[in-house]
Design a protein around this ligand. Structure first.
Ligand code: HEC
Ligand code: HEC
Length: 335
C-alpha cells in the first residue's frame, strides 16, 4: 500500500516539476494578453471608445448602404466573416480573407501584407476600399456623418478640443480606440500567469510540441503572431497543399523587393480555432490541415496525426473570453 502511495506521489511531483519547467519555457516566448492595446497617438477615453463601437456598426457611410465594419468582422463569429474572401458593397469580392479584429491592434502592422500601419490607418483607408465601403471620397463620408445629427454631440464629447470634430481622422481614431479594447484573454493566459492546471494534459503536450517543433520561431509574443513577416512556403510552395485559386505574391506587391515574394505577416493565433477558414486566401477550412501544412512548408516536417491533434488542442486553449461590451450591439443615432 505504502508503495502505491509513494509511486503516486512520485508521479505527481514529477508531473508538477515538468509543469513548472513547461511554464518557464513558455514564458520565454509568450506573455499574457494586455487588457488594452494603448497608443500614444490615440489616447483612449470612454467617449471615444463608445463612439468607435457605434461607427464600427455604421452602414450609412457605404455606397450601397449595407456595408459596415461589422459586415465582414461580425463579433458573433469572433470578428471574422467565415468566408474564404469577404464581400463588400454590392457583394464585391475582396482579394483576401478577413482576419479577426479581436486583438488585432496588438500587431506590428495591419493586413496580411502589412500594408496598413495601425488600426487607425486601416479604418481610415477602408472606407475608400473598392471592395469594402466603396465611398467616393473622405469628404463624402464626413458629409454623411454630419447629416446624422446624433453624431454631432458624440464626436464633440469624444474630441472636445476640436473645433470641427466630425472628420475622417477622428472617425478612424474612434474606431481604432474601440479596437484597442478588443482583448480576449483565455486559459492560456491563466497558464502563463502561473495556473498550470488551466491547460489539460493534452493541451500541455501540444504546447510542448508547438515550442519544440519550432512553431514559436514565428508565432510568439502575446498574440502568438503579429510580430514579424515571413515567407509562406519556406520548404515548398504553399500552393502545393492549399486550394489556392490564385497565387498571391504577398508583400512583394507592396515593397517590390525580391526578398518579399510570398512573404506575409505571421498571423496571430488567438481564437484561431474559432475563425476558419485559414490563410490569406481562406483556402483551407480545417485547422488540422492548416497545422499539417505549416509543418510541411514552414518547417519541412511531416507532423503525425497525434502531433497535429495535440497542437490542435493547444490552439483551442487560445479561444478567448469575450467581454459584455464585445458581444453587445450598440444603438446608433437614427438621424
Ligand atoms: C468588405 C469586407 C470588409 C469590411 C467592410 C471591412 N473589412 Fe476589415 N478586413 C477585410 C479584409 C478582407 C481584410 C484583409 C485585407 C488584406 O489583408 O488585404 C481586413 C483586414 C482588417 C484588419 C487587419 C487585421 C489583421 O490582422 O491584419 C482590421 C483591423 C480590420 N480589417 C478592421 C476593419 C474595420 C475597423 C473596418 C471598418 C472601418 C473594416 N475592417 C471593414 C474585410 C473587411
Ligand atoms: C517560418 C515562420 C513560421 C513557422 C515556423 C510557422 N508558421 Fe504558421 N504561419 C506563418 C505565416 C507567414 C502564416 C500566414 C500564411 C498565409 O499567408 O496565409 C502562418 C499561418 C498559420 C496559421 C493560419 C492562421 C490563420 O488565421 O489563417 C496557423 C494555424 C499556423 N500558422 C500554425 C502554425 C503551427 C502550428 C506551426 C508549427 C507546426 C507554424 N504555424 C509554424 C509562419 C510560420
Amino acid at each position: 500500500m505504502n508503495k502505491v502511495i509513494y509511486t503516486l506521489l512520485l508521479a505527481l511531483s514529477f508531473s508538477f516539476a515538468s509543469d513548472v519547467e513547461l511554464l518557464e519555457e513558455a514564458r520565454k516566448y509568450f506573455y499574457p494578453l494586455p487588457e488594452l492595446f494603448p497608443s500614444d497617438k490615440n489616447p483612449l477615453t470612454p467617449e471615444k471608445i463608445r463612439l468607435g463601437k457605434m461607427l464600427f456598426y455604421e452602414k450609412r457611410i457605404s455606397i450601397d448602404g449595407t456595408t459596415s465594419c461589422a459586415k465582414c468582422h461580425p463579433l458573433s463569429l469572433y470578428g471574422t466573416d467565415g468566408l474564404e474572401k469577404s464581400r463588400g458593397n454590392f457583394s464585391k469580392e475582396n482579394p483576401r480573407n478577413a482576419p479577426t479584429v479581436l486583438n488585432a491592434a496588438g500587431q506590428i502592422s495591419q493586413h496580411w501584407r502589412g500594408d496598413r500601419k495601425d488600426v487607425e490607418d486601416q479604418a481610415k483607408r477602408s472606407v475608400l476600399g473598392k471592395g469594402s465601403f466603396g465611398a467616393p471620397s473622405y469628404q463624402w463620408v464626413e458629409n454623411v456623418l454630419k447629416s446624422i445629427k446624433g453624431y454631432r454631440e458624440l464626436f464633440k464629447k469624444a474630441f472636445p478640443d476640436d473645433k470641427d470634430p466630425i472628420n475622417i481622422d477622428n472617425f478612424a481614431k474612434a474606431i481604432g480606440a474601440w479596437e484597442r479594447t478588443l482583448s480576449t484573454p483565455s486559459r492560456f493566459d491563466d497558464f502563463l500567469k502561473g495556473h498550470v492546471d488551466a491547460l489539460s494534459e493534452k493541451e500541455k503536450r501540444g504546447l510542448k510540441k508547438f515550442i519544440s517543433y519550432g512553431c514559436v520561431a514565428c508565432h510568439s509574443g502575446a498574440l502568438l503572431g503579429g510580430t514579424m513577416y515571413q515567407k509562406f512556403g519556406i520548404y515548398e510552395p504553399y500552393w502545393k497543399y492549399t486550394k489556392s485559386k490564385k497565387i498571391d505574391e504577398g508583400r512583394f506587391n507592396v515593397t517590390k523587393k525580391e526578398e518579399d515574394r510570398y512573404v506575409f505577416k505571421v498571423p496571430p493565433l488567438r481564437n484561431v480555432a474559432l475563425t476558419p477558414p485559414y490563410f490569406h486566401d481562406g483556402s483551407v477550412r480545417d485547422l488540422k490541415r492548416a497545422i499539417w501544412i505549416m509543418g510541411k512548408v514552414q518547417l519541412g516536417k511531416e507532423l503525425s496525426e497525434e502531433d497535429i491533434s495535440d497542437i490542435y488542442s493547444f490552439l483551442t486553449s487560445l479561444n478567448g473570453r469575450l467581454s459584455e461590451d464585445i458581444i453587445t450591439v450598440p444603438l446608433l443615432p437614427v438621424r
